[in-house]
Design a binder for this molecule. Structure first.
Ligand code: SER
Length: 324
């Protein structure tokens, strides 16, 4: 079979997507790439790995020439808060990196998955039950790159027949790798702090409602949309997908069902609050449900239970290994 190439494979999504792809399609059929080297020998021995900076087209060509790539999962990108503090880097990676990968996919006849985000919406978008096709005028550089990315992927499909597909992810919650530089990251950090210290200071207001998804559902969404019957796809590059929608206060209530003494306090960061305030409360994901059968498995209680279960065992294990 032709190889599957994953960019940004050591990031929050790639760290869980790569093992899932290897389990499904075979270890040697999935080429992981990143601008960092894997931190452990175990990760290095898990399957093929290549150093790849998506901003440099020569790097991409080199890797494409080594492997017979048929599918690309292009995950290399910076998240919303980092993008806001370094717009130039955000444009370089999110836009130029995407353009370079699309060009390589076109040249080497690959299909390509590109994640978009709730960040592709803005303050003038309807906040409740946000439609699949609606106003997209984001006020962040992250949002600008996400809308432009959706359009660019549509363009490559219409203009060159490149099989591009993608989803608009909500905040992703995971326990393998922590996210970096996102606005929704509080929903990951809160679990570490709840388990370790039974308290958490949140940088978003208590009533900030946002869509979220647990990583096993996100991984399934990426694989399912790429395996979907192309004749059924109308939207291709920008499917709304969601699994749950909650506020920091509601997440804290759910955590309190496991740790009754858990306390949340608030110290609002205006940059991230403004970003969150411009994003939907909850999206309508019926197009993904009807066009390729999207259906999440994890709601708020089930995700919380699993996060606490897995992280508690890991963090207690780490604690026991500490020298006294
Ligand atoms: N989770 C991302 C962020 O917060 C949104 O796609 O930036």
């Amino acid at each position: 079979m032709k190889k599957i190439l994953v960019t940004g494979s050591l990031g929050q999504i790639g760290s869980e997507l790569v093992p899932a792809l290897r389990k499904r399609y075979g270890r040697d059929n999935v080429v992981a790439t990143d601008i960092r080297m894997p931190a452990t020998i175990e990760l290095r021995d898990d399957g093929p790995f290549e150093f790849l900076d998506v901003v440099d087209p020569h790097h991409i060509t080199r890797v494409m020439q080594i492997y017979d790539v048929g599918t690309v999962y292009h995950l290399a990108a910076v998240l919303s808060a980092t993008a806001e503090s370094r717009p130039n880097i955000a444009w370089q990676i999110n836009m130029n990196g995407l353009y370079n990968m699309l060009e390589a996919a076109r040249q080497y006849h690959c299909s390509m998955f590109v994640p978009s985000s709730i960040g592709a919406f803005g303050p003038s978008t309807p906040r409740d039950n946000t439609p699949q096709d609606t106003i997209q005028r984001p006020g962040t550089i992250y949002g600008v790159t996400k809308v432009a990315g959706e359009l660019l992927c549509d363009y490559y499909y219409v203009r060159f027949g490149l099989d591009t597909r993608g989803v608009r992810f909500p905040g992703l919650i995971s326990h393998v790798t922590e996210p970096g530089g996102g606005t929704t990251d509080y929903a990951v950090s809160i679990f570490y702090e709840a388990i370790k210290h039974r308290k958490f200071t949140c940088y978003l207001r208590s009533d900030t409602q946002l869509d979220m998804m647990y990583m096993p559902d996100a991984v399934r969404a990426m694989i399912d949309v790429m395996e979907a019957d192309p004749s059924k796809l109308v939207h291709r590059n920008s499917f709304n997908v969601t699994a749950m929608s909650f506020t920091p206060s509601q997440l804290a209530d759910e955590i309190r069902k496991h740790f009754a003494d858990f306390v949340i306090s608030y110290d609002v960061d205006t940059v991230r609050q403004n970003i969150a305030d411009s994003w939907p409360n909850y999206m309508d994901d019926s197009a993904a449900r009807s066009e390729w059968g999207w259906k999440p498995e994890y709601d708020l209680p089930r995700m919380t239970l699993d996060m606490i279960d897995v992280l508690s065992r890991r963090l207690v294990g780490q604690h026991e290994k500490q020298p006294s």
